[in-house]
Design a binder for this molecule. Sequence first.
Ligand code: ASP
Length: 397
Amino acid sequence: MSVLQETGPTLRTLALAVLAFGCAGCTGPDGTGEQTDQEQQNLNQTNGEGAGQAAAPSWALAIHGGAGSADRATTDAEDYYGALQEALSLGAEQLEAGEASLQVVENVVAALEDDPRFNAGRGSVFTSIGTHELDAAIMDGRSLACGAVAGVKNVQNPVRLARRVMEDTRHVLMAGPGADNYGVLAGVRRQPQAYFSTDRQLQRFRELRAPGRASGQSSGDAAASTAGDYTGNAGASAGPGGASHLATVGAVAMDRYGNLAAATSTGGTMLKRIGRVGDVPVIGAGTYANNATAAVSCTGRGEEFIRHTVAYDVSARIEYGGLTLQEAARQVIQETLRPGDGGLIAVGPDGTIAMEFNTNAMFRGAADSLGRFDVGIWDEVRSRQPMSDLAQAGVPQ
Ligand code: ASP
């Protein structure tokens, strides 16, 4: 239904970017002024080869906070714009400082997991028996290294455990109690189940369990077969808080060294059966990254994203079909999936960002080294500079 269009930087944003960032990429990753070969190559791409060619960014970041049906009347848009801007600023500052994309997507997703407004980590939806089971994945586009966890119950930041699975084990995907136990060994922060519950999600859970509603039915089953915008089986009305049933989170980034990374985290779908695993931790379905093509993070009806290996399909259309990132993302979301299934964010090796969805809303944000700083929920996009840039540029806030 909608695409967040590439909004080229305006003169004002470019001026602010120069003020705020100076000569982006003029110093090496260690701040010494030395440039690695890789960074030099990236800067060459950034500068463009011919006169009149638009500059490519030296880093780029996109985030999402879930796709689905969000009612304008009941969604506290200002609150969500603020949350998205905060997460975007965090990642943008780290990329600007030369942090690796893999670390940045982990940090941004962990921050969103800690934010109770999102359905990941704290604030996760409830299973049909009132518990929380969390899924997450992370992937390094440089090496195709990846890690994922499914159905964990006591890990504060599942994305950080996914990174440990990727780096410290021979495995890619760990699930259930074994994954939770590995969290103890890996030393990641743990929490009791009550930590993940929020009043907002509890209220939704109670409403949905009320007699005459979808009591006890797995949203995974219903969400896969229901026409209309994905709601995580929450029904068309989002109720107080508006978007409590959406809000899976994800981040994709290209860093100054040209490396891509993706990370996604979710509480899954409201009233899911215990043991149900969605697309998020399935590499190639909800999460994928390859330096040669794209880094992709998905959100929506997980069962559909698994069936169509959506994240990898975007990469494959670029690799084998020669499509641009934008066109590959558009085809998969608008032609392969059905209207209402969900959306994705993606970044390519040249810093191009695609944000495509076929629901009425996708909570999202995009930033790059050229001064782009956009957030959106519905079709329209709100553009502005990060607070820190405005302050540096002397713009009153
Ligand atoms: N894709 C997630 C899942 O199916 C849910 C979502 O993105 O809202 O678990």
